[in-house]
Design a protein around this ligand. Sequence first.
Ligand SMILES: Cc1cc2nc3c(=O)[nH]c(=O)nc-3n(C[C@H](O)[C@H](O)[C@H](O)COP(=O)(O)OP(=O)(O)OC[C@H]3O[C@@H](n4cnc5c(N)ncnc54)[C@H](O)[C@@H]3O)c2cc1C
Length: 426
Amino acid sequence: METIAIVGGGAGGLELATRLGDSLGKSGRARIVLVDRYPTHFWKPLLHTVAAGKLDPQVHQVEYAAQAADHGFQFICGEVLRVDRDSRTLDIGSWRGDDGAELLPPRSLQYDKLVLSCGAVTNFFNIPGAEQHSLTLDNVQDAEFFRKRFLASCMQASSRRAAVNIVIVGGGATGIELAGELCHTVRTLARYNVHTLDPARDVRISIIERGDRLLPQLNKRLSGRAARYLRRLGIEVCTDTTVARVEADAVVDSAGVRHPSDITVWAAGVEAPAICSTLGLAQNRIRQIVVTPELRAEADPSVFAIGDCASYVCPDNGAVPPRAQAAHQQAVYLADVLVRRAGVKVPAFRYRDYGSVVSLGPFAAMGVLIGGANKREMLVGGLAARLLYRLMYQKHVMALHGFMRMAAQSVAHWIRGKITPPVKLH
Ligand SMILES: Cc1cc2nc3c(=O)[nH]c(=O)nc-3n(C[C@H](O)[C@H](O)[C@H](O)COP(=O)(O)OP(=O)(O)OC[C@H]3O[C@@H](n4cnc5c(N)ncnc54)[C@H](O)[C@@H]3O)c2cc1C
């Protein structure tokens, strides 16, 4: 029986493993094996809400082992350290518990087909001090680390009667969503007397963006709306500002201006993880693996790549962006390709951009919907945008668990939201 190994159980990889397990795994037509460095899955677009304390990650995590048992695939916990394409073998590192003790030894896995869905990591663009002095939002651990640092900074500043400066580098969706959520968090913490800072005066949040507007990839009017909303919240928005270096207590821009910073968050871009460079396959300048219209690596038809670690330029739509929406569409496409018998011709992958929605706190969301043959763009805001934003996550949950469980979980989360504090405190 052929083995299809999937490296990375994120937005794309877990959905693919679930679909292939349900179709090929359960019927015994193939052995589907998912490998991830963590034992649980968390949908990355929600990480900024974990960082702001709005969402408890444990409540929204999916246990890979349970998902595997329910959907006919195997799960191996461990980091893939090396891929040997000649012998079609993955080297998987040991898995250690929180105390550093080895729980599982290093292992290897032979595959017939390999799907890389290992996502992306923060790109520091070699800016001096950026990696050393900035926090990132690459995974749940990063987001929890930020949350605790933010809480501690507010409490310490409160007892010193000082201000807290947060600088977010990058005015894309991640940066502005985090800024919006933090404004709400700091007010809630003040209401709970966790600190005695004046949220408007003592907590200074700045966004530094190199481009001439926020959300540079999206509609210009949406950028304007988002900037106006954030400024109304008291957030400083610095566009046309390039970071020259990051220091322990400041971000210095190319004009020499120092932006004091107690916590610097780097959200200025992504690149594929280092593992992608070890396969000897064609890559683009941010290390993504270049794939064909069938999402195969150009030099090796047994290797596929989807999501943030893949580079595919659609002839009609341009480069597929690193978004959950794209990872989902590629997972659906590849599941369809891999269940087909060998030799059956498959259509090329085609990315459809339905638009984007950003959430700027519990009471504000805005976005742009794209539809029709001429790709007309329509701005949405208010309740409609908030519902659409929630729908993105519900769609992901539905792809993993089906409608009934998604509906039951939504009700459970709604009730939980009513009976627990709106911000996770400790
Ligand atoms: C804060 C934030 C907000 C975002 N907001 C949005 C949004 O609003 N809308 C949107 O469309 N997109 C958003 N994105 C982008 C979106 O999250 C990604 O595009 C999407 O998750 C990519 O899916 P993926 O499957 O390629 O990778 P991921 O979801 O990143 O999953 C990669 C998986 O691979 C695993 N892995 C990596 N390396 C290894 C290895 N060597 N061995 C084993 N396992 C490995 C990781 O543990 C992880 O589980 C956001 C991202 C962030 C960080």
